[in-house]
Write a protein that binds this ligand. Structure first.
Ligand code: UD1
Length: 432
């Protein structure tokens, strides 16, 4: 088990370059399965979830190779299987995206159902209803989804009204790109990651309109061709560093970002009393006093992202006053709270609402990460705390953050990882 050790209490100063988006790039890798020819994707983050998706594409017969540090070439011309291995779906839910792509290109997909995970139950019923609406026969047998269609036909569908689902929107878009006729998805997700996937497919010859709104219109085309495309910056990674600056104090600039994807996060930082400046591709946050308490509820884009709720919780934990955090998307997103309380945070949890009474200081403690974002919240707690913090379960962080420890060290944090640069090199060597 990897461990991160932090000698906390130091402010963060300097600049950090943000990597490509995990949630934006995973759909691109799946989408490349629709393409006969070479797809070259730039700004691919070097993280474990991307490595798992590469393993998945290789298991299906695609050729994948990093031709530069963050430039990935994928050739899916000769796919040899439409059956996704259980082990890879189990490792990472995002790999369920191959279902839409395989069904769209081959009229057939066998993908194990991803099941729940620590942040919540995470069903895929909206994905399956979307495939059925396109004319596929979808069955669930022994934990495996089997979808088949002689021919997929465009259809007008209304995604379930309880949630806007990023995953279902992307998966149905992937399945519909090569279908016959027009597909309309109402109540679609408006996330920048969905737009990123649409732009990649468009570049490859697809005809998709309306992403960024809640009605997406897809006119089926016969074939997609290879292309070169740059993935979007990771707004969650950028938000993590800015919230870290708020919790630990300092003056941090995140570079290579899209500030327009981060409006609600920048607004929260300002409400918490940070000074925030932004330009075309950077955001600077300055924090020299304790933050102010705030109220926030997570929501689909452009609302406050559930993925940054745990980091916002750490800001609230050291703020002056009482912060109210409401989690409206995943019931398990408060997993970090008991661990943060071990560091001296004063938090009461009532159903989906956390009432956080800010304390002047957290103190270091041994804590355990249960998922990617809980892990980053505990790292932020450790940075803000006096004394030593040891975050075990730090392998979760490598799933979603490229070189988090190295980037924080450059900002002056006293932080080390038992996962060495050599380990990282060895891990990535496989994925060349
Ligand atoms: C994606 C992100 C995740 C982020 C989440 C919400 C990736 C790889 N992961 O996850 O980091 O936290 O969006 O922004 O991009 N739901 C159903 N049935 C379905 C699908 C979803 O009930 O078939 C529910 C979920 O349980 C959840 C809500 O809809 O409560 C939103 O989930 P969704 O947007 O689908 O999340 P993911 O795509 O899994």
């Amino acid at each position: 088990m990897a461990t991160i050790r932090i000698d906390g209490g130091n402010p963060l100063f300097g600049e950090v370059t943000i990597s490509g988006s995990k949630n934006g790039t995973l759909p691109l890798l799946a989408a490349s399965l629709l393409i006969e020819g070479e797809s070259v994707i730039e700004n691919v983050p070097r993280i474990d979830d991307i490595n798992s998706m590469i393993d998945m594409l290789r298991a299906l017969g695609a050729k994948c190779e990093f031709i530069e540090h963050s430039v990935l070439s994928i050739d899916a011309t000769h796919i040899t299987s439409v059956s996704a291995p259980y082990d890879l779906v189990r490792k990472m839910r995002g790999s369920f995206y191959v279902a839409g792509a395989l069904l769209g290109r081959f009229g057939e997909a066998e993908v194990p159902l991803p099941g729940g995970c620590v942040i919540g139950s995470r069903p895929v019923d909206f994905h399956l209803s979307g495939f059925r609406a396109l004319g596929a026969v979808v069955e669930e047998r022994h934990g495996v989804m089997q979808a088949r269609a002689e021919k997929l036909t465009g259809s007008h569908m209304y995604m379930d009204s309880r949630y806007r689902s990023v995953g279902a929107t992307v998966n149905v878009m992937l399945a519909a790109v090569l279908a016959e006729g027009v597909t309309v998805i109402e109540n679609a997700s408006r996330e920048p990651e969905v737009i990123c996937c649409q732009q990649f497919l468009q570049q490859a010859g697809a005809d998709i309109r309306g992403t960024g709104t809640d009605i997406i219109v897809i006119r089926g085309v016969n074939k997609l061709h290879g292309c070169r495309f740059r993935s979007i910056p990771d707004r969650m990674e950028a938000g993590t560093f800015l919230l870290a600056c708020g919790a630990a104090r300092g003056d941090v600039t995140v570079r290579a970002v899209e500030p327009r994807h981060m409006g609600v996060v920048l607004n929260l930082l300002q409400r918490a009393g940070l000074r925030v400046e932004s330009g075309a591709d950077f955001v600077r946050a300055i924090s020299d006093t304790r933050p102010h308490a705030f109220e926030v509820t997570t929501a689909p884009y452009p609302g406050f992202p559930t993925d940054l709720q745990p980091n916002a919780g750490v800001l609230g934990a050291v703020a002056v006053g009482t912060t109210v955090l409401q989690e409206a998307i995943f019931e398990g997103r408060f997993n970090y709270i008991d661990e943060l309380k071990r560091m001296g945070a004063n938090i009461q949890l009532k159903d989906s609402v956390a009432i956080i009474r800010g304390v002047p200081k957290l103190y270091g403690a041994p804590v355990e990460a249960s998922d990617i974002r809980a892990g980053s919240a505990l790292v932020l707690g450790g940075l803000a705390a006096d004394g030593y913090t040891e975050v075990s379960g730090a392998e979760f962080l490598a799933r979603g953050y490229e070189d988090l420890v190295g980037k924080l060290q450059k900002l002056g944090a006293a932080i080390t990882s038992t996962q060495t640069a050599e380990d990282d090199k060895a891990r990535n060597a496989w994925h060349r």
